[in-house]
Design a protein around this ligand. Structure first.
Ligand SMILES: Cc1cc2nc3c(=O)[nH]c(=O)nc-3n(C[C@H](O)[C@H](O)[C@H](O)COP(=O)(O)OP(=O)(O)OC[C@H]3O[C@@H](n4cnc5c(N)ncnc54)[C@H](O)[C@@H]3O)c2cc1C
Length: 401
């Protein structure tokens, strides 16, 4: 067992950490209080700096201008970037584009790669992923109403989706739609690339989430597909293989998210400790002298460390044996890390008192936005059931004494 981080990665993480501290964290007050539009040129300038430092698109293939880091290496990068909500976007490895890039790279045709993958990796365009539906359970997406029916050389798509994150301003969506209704449930749907300027692609609204509708990259769209017609050449991978491809997207994606959440834990943990040491609560005494705060600090440190090692182990497993064989580890980290993050953010907010509720620190942003971590990419309960079933299978036919 080797826990050592290579010299190459130490250098990269050091550079990223410094960039996040010096260039991104100072932008956060504006990010929290001003329209995103007013910050776009500044964000683009930061992205250019990242490209000049040759740290752009750390997890994406070298042939398209990325750094080609492996999953464990990118996990460390994701942790460093997660300290700021701007981190992943400024370094060109943000969801949902990262997942779309992976599947376009694995399943795209030569033409699709040139038209969609290359500009996406280069950061010239953005994309979105459109699977979840308003009236159907996202936890069981084989129940899907959206259809793509063949007409001549086209698919005609009809359906209502929501939580199509970052649809506002995206160049194209990868849409899940039923193409083979008579096939077994997991072979009914396909992924289809739909440019957002196609007639019939209607962004109805950016959904208001916890009081904020957001805009641009930081938003979640509701989309009405109304006789939306695209050529059949826009099919991604084989017809009926939408869920097979979706599985490919989720394994590494969960590592990226979980390590981003560890980065968030680290950031709010730092804020919690600093506040505890500096907030005088009675004559000559700070919050840090209170046992209950000490207990939160110790518990948070232990939980963050445990969660971090679990994610790195799961990333290492995916590298060694593939995402399919590492399904148990992937499910374990998904609910475990989301829960740890929620607890640590909550404690940090509590230590800050009224200040924690304001937008004068980043804590309340994380509190609002990251609650969703227990829902997207598989709700807690779905992962717990799946892990428990796997574990119980190992005990079948055995009597333990
Ligand atoms: C911030 C955010 C961003 C998102 N981004 C995207 C995106 O870009 N693209 C996209 O397509 N979708 C996206 N989603 C949607 C997300 O994938 C779904 O919300 C998720 O799959 C859950 O589906 P649902 O909301 O329909 O909840 P449901 O399926 O209705 O489930 C509701 C609740 O029921 C419980 N539950 C579900 N199944 C079981 C079970 N078997 N046993 C016990 N309890 C169960 C869980 O507690 C779950 O939270 C996003 C969601 C959020 C919140």
């Amino acid at each position: 067992m080797n826990f050592e981080v290579s010299d190459k990665m130490k250098t990269i993480i050091g550079m990223i950490g410094e960039f996040v501290d010096k260039e991104l964290i100072p932008m956060e007050q504006d990010f929290l209080s001003k329209p995103l539009k007013s910050l776009i040129s500044e964000i683009e300038r930061k992205r250019e700096l990242v490209k000049q430092m040759e740290l752009w698109a750390p997890n994406h293939p070298k042939e398209y201008g990325g750094m080609g880091l492996d999953l464990v290496e990118h996990a460390l990068v994701s942790e460093a970037l997660g300290r700021s909500p701007l981190g992943h976007f400024v370094f060109g490895c943000q969801a949902p584009d990262a997942g779309n890039i992976e599947i376009l790279n694995m399943f795209g045709t030569k033409e699709q790669k040139e038209k969609y993958l290359r500009p996406l990796i280069e950061g010239r365009i953005r994309s979105c992923f459109s699977m979840t539906e308003v009236d159907m359970p996202g936890s069981n997406p084989v129940m899907m109403d959206t259809t793509a029916v063949k007409e001549g050389k086209d698919y005609v798509i009809n359906g209502q989706k929501w939580y199509t994150s970052s649809a506002d301003g995206a160049e194209f969506a990868i849409v899940m739609a039923v193409t083979n209704p008579e096939a077994p449930p997991y072979l009914r749907a396909s992924m289809i690339i739909v440019p957002t300027n196609t007639p019939g692609f209607n962004l109805v609204r950016n959904i208001s989430v916890m009081g904020h509708a957001g805009e641009g990259y930081f938003s979640h769209g509701e989309i009405l597909y109304q006789s939306c017609r695209v050529p059949q050449t826009n099919l991604l991978g084989p017809e009926g293989h939408g869920f097979v491809i979706a599985q490919e997207r989720l394994g590494p994606g969960r590592i990226h998210h979980c390590m981003r959440w560890i980065g968030i834990c680290n950031r709010v943990f730092d804020l919690m400790c600093s506040r505890a040491l500096n907030r005088i609560i009675s004559e000559g005494k700070t919050l840090a002298t209170k046992q209950i705060v000490q207990s939160w600090i110790a518990e948070s440190a232990a939980e963050i460390q445990a969660a971090r090692l679990m994610v790195l182990h799961a990333a290492w497993m995916i590298e060694k044996v593939g995402a399919n064989a590492a399904r148990k580890e992937i499910s374990l980290i998904k609910f475990m890390v989301a829960g740890v993050m929620q607890k640590v953010i909550d404690r940090a907010l509590q230590v800050h008192g009224g200040l924690g509720m304001t937008d004068d620190t980043i804590i309340s942003f994380f509190y609002r936005h990251e609650r969703a971590a227990r829902i997207y990419d598989g709700a807690d309960e779905v992962h717990k059931i799946s892990v428990a079933k796997r574990i119980l299978k190992e005990y079948e036919g055995k009597r333990i004494k």
